[in-house]
Design a protein. Structure first.
Length: 100
């Protein structure tokens, strides 16, 4: 089952984007995009956007996420789709849940 992205703006970017760093447990879509592995980024750039990986920026990916407007779950971590097929995506964790 899939769901629409009916989350607050903080779900998409919760802080100063210039101060964000990759994380094993990203708490916003933007941070999750920054946290993608380089090989996965390269595949997504080619398959979804039709560009070389160095020609793609996180803001364009975030815009594609908003356009796609789909996630696979509502519980943490929320699996957010990048593209209509759902082959590429990122996981966004709830800030309130501590890593164990």
């Amino acid at each position: 089952m899939t769901y629409s992205l009916s989350f607050s703006s903080e779900f998409f970017c919760n802080g100063d984007p210039d101060a964000m760093h990759p994380s094993r447990r990203p708490t916003s879509v933007y941070q999750a995009i920054l946290s993608m592995r380089a090989d996965r980024w390269a595949e997504m750039a080619s398959d979804v956007f039709g560009v070389e990986p160095d020609r793609l920026d996180p803001w364009s990916v975030l815009e594609k996420v908003r356009e796609t407007d789909t996630c696979s779950s509502l519980d943490s971590p929320v699996r957010v789709w990048i593209g209509e097929e759902g082959f590429y995506g990122v996981d966004v964790h709830d800030r309130r849940i501590q890593e164990q």
